[in-house]
Design a protein around this ligand. Structure first.
Ligand code: HEC
Length: 140
């Protein structure tokens, strides 16, 4: 009984730590296909020069496939953290130069390219907290 209590408290703590308090506001569907399509245009223009059109990585690390899976496995980064990293740090030579909605579209495109499922609800700051990066759904 006591062990169960400890396990539950730990789960609650790790939810708080990963910023998933917004989980209560989770909407089904993490991004839409339209958002990802918009994201592709923005990705090609702002990210592909370093991460490559097929996300395989170049002067920047891979954002798709086995290497991206290892990155997710190793860092245990959440969807919300990844979106804020991109928004704050990328493009590398001009961090924060795009609009928040543009970063969300680009993130939707990266998710789609890695076989995460699209839904009917667009990706927002809140639904980003609901995205389970692991298990990795793509080919690796
Ligand atoms: C000028 C080259 C360049 C451009 C353009 C660029 N990046 Fe990066 N990106 C990098 C480099 C270099 C790193 C590694 C930085 C580090 O570890 O601090 C990186 C890291 C990342 C990471 C973390 C992945 C990992 O394995 O560490 C993500 C996600 C990412 N970039 C997304 C983007 C997105 C989205 C765009 C477009 C909005 C973009 N990048 C544009 C060079 C670039």
């Amino acid at each position: 009984m006591r062990r169960l209590f400890v396990a539950l408290s730990l789960t609650a703590l790790s939810c708080l730590a990963s910023g998933s308090i917004a989980r209560a506001a989770c909407a089904p569907g993490d991004f839409t296909k339209a958002q990802a399509a918009q994201g592709k245009i923005l990705y090609d223009a702002n990210c592909a020069s370093c991460h490559m059109t097929n996300l395989s990585g170049g002067s920047g690390p891979a954002l798709g496939g086995a290497k991206f899976k290892s990155y997710l496995d190793f860092t245990k980064i959440t969807g919300a953290q990844l979106l804020s990293f991109i928004t704050a740090q990328m493009p590398y030579q001009a961090p924060g130069s795009l609009k928040p909605a543009e970063y969300r579209s680009i993130f939707a495109y990266i998710l789609q390219q890695n076989q995460y499922k699209a839904g009917n609800v667009p990706l927002t700051g809140q639904t980003a907290a609901c995205i389970a990066m692991l298990p990795y759904p793509g080919k690796s």
